[in-house]
Design a protein around this ligand. Structure first.
Ligand SMILES: Cc1ncc(COP(=O)(O)O)c(C=O)c1O
Length: 390
């Protein structure tokens, strides 16, 4: 399933054995995620004016759109007031956009809060995940001592397991997460696969949480979303994020959509004023940024294809197909891991994600965000140079 690029330089075939290094305590991912600038700065001793290219967090390099700065400056007037605890303005905008009653919607403190709240509100006996996938699905269960059933998907199958095996594996789970597109693989469970698997789980009453944090990057996101299936008669919760598309990780904004009783339970468990007034104001303004989203989608399609082709031409690097704004790769170099590569690049001010923290992957796997063509070229050249020394 991996990309076979037409490469200028010869590629060495064959797979080296790379020892998994899960549990590395001083890893950049010590808090479970990429984009940890404080840890990186401490570790690599960057100066304050060090130019850093962050490929470890998957943020749109075209963002944030200019409206964000303007709205933030204006919204500063309201910081001496409490935010609307029910986020009524943004909820009404979302309801109109997606054709849902506002009571089907909950605005959240990033997509991450939606993940946490759906576990809290469902109180499942077991949570199901298809690994490798975003670590917070398991983390939200772990911190409540809820056992996790993890079905590990194989790269040879494009990370899409047999639907019957999925339905069977999760028979004891009351809540199952699906990342679509999935992180860190970037793959999409096909629409027919989703229909069959979700349908079977719903018939059993299992709550399905579909995490669409990266779906906005797809050219046909409006066709692919399962938001249209949200209703009181299906145990489906859709989790969304403003973070990735609009490059606003510092503001913390997302939303959840689902059956009204479940959304009400999630709202009841949410910390009061969880979403600040600055984030709410920005969210409302971002609902108008349809041209920015369209431009990002066009930019991503061509830029991701070039990065995948260039990276796939580096000796020992296999790149996997992605529908999202990041690429999963495997490094097959004897005696070398992505942690070694990450260390070498970090000293040059380039951050990449090692995937050793993802269940089902090891330190042979890495993930890079798609950034601007010029930045991607710097990344590929730095990886090529490092590989040449091995
Ligand atoms: C698949 C997935 N879902 C949700 C999130 C959380 O996003 P947010 O920053 O909006 O909380 C992330 C962040 O990396 C993610 O990768």
């Amino acid at each position: 399933m991996a990309r076979k690029a037409a490469c200028a330089e010869g590629k060495r075939e064959g797979m080296a054995t790379v020892a998994p290094t899960g549990g590395v305590v001083d890893a950049l991912e010590r808090y479970g995620h990429g984009g940890d600038w404080v840890t990186a700065r401490q570790r690599f001793g960057w100066s304050d004016d060090q130019r850093v290219l962050d490929f470890s967090a998957n943020l749109n390099p075209l963002g944030p759109p200019p409206a964000v700065t303007a709205v933030l400056a204006d919204a500063l007037r309201w910081v001496a007031r409490y935010p609307d605890p029910a986020c009524r303005g943004l909820r009404a905008r979302l309801a109109r956009r997606y054709g849902l009653d506002a009571e089907h919607l909950l605005v959240t403190n990033g997509g991450a809060e939606g993940i946490d709240l759906v576990v809290a509100a469902t109180a499942p006996r077991r949570v199901g995940v298809i690994a490798p996938s975003f670590g917070e699905y398991e983390e939200a269960a772990r911190k409540r001592s809820i056992p996790v059933i993890a079905l590990v998907a194989r790269s040879e199958d494009g990370f899409v397991p047999d639907p019957a095996a999925v339905v069977d594996a999760f028979r004891e789970a009351d809540l199952v997460f699906f990342g679509r597109p999935n992180n860190p693989t970037g793959h999409l469970f096909p629409p027919g696969w989703m229909r069959d698997v979700l349908g079977a789980l719903w018939r059993r009453g299992t709550v399905t949480a579909v995490d669409e944090a990266f779906l906005d990057f797809l050219p046909d996101a409006e066709k692919q979303t399962v938001l249209v299936q949200v209703s009181d008669s299906r145990p489906l919760v859709v989790l969304r994020s403003f973070t990735k598309m609009f490059a606003i990780p510092g503001l913390r904004l997302g939303f959840a959509a689902g059956p009204r009783p479940l959304i009400a339970r999630m709202a009841a468990l949410q910390v009061p004023w969880s979403v600040g007034s600055l984030a709410q104001a920005v969210g409302e303004a971002l609902m108008d940024e349809t041209a920015f989203v369209a431009e990002t989608r066009r930019w991503l399609a061509r830029t991701r294809a070039k990065l995948a082709a260039d990276l796939g031409c580096v000796r020992g690097v296999t790149v996997f197909p992605s529908a999202a704004n990041y690429l999963l790769f495997r490094l097959d170099l004897p005696g070398a891991t992505v942690l070694d590569l990450q260390e070498a690049l970090g000293r040059k001010g380039i951050l990449i994600r090692s995937c050793h923290t993802f269940r089902g992957l090891s330190a042979a796997w890495g993930r890079v965000a798609v950034r601007t063509v010029a930045e991607n070229d710097v990344l590929v050249e730095a990886i090529r140079t490092w590989v040449a020394t091995r």
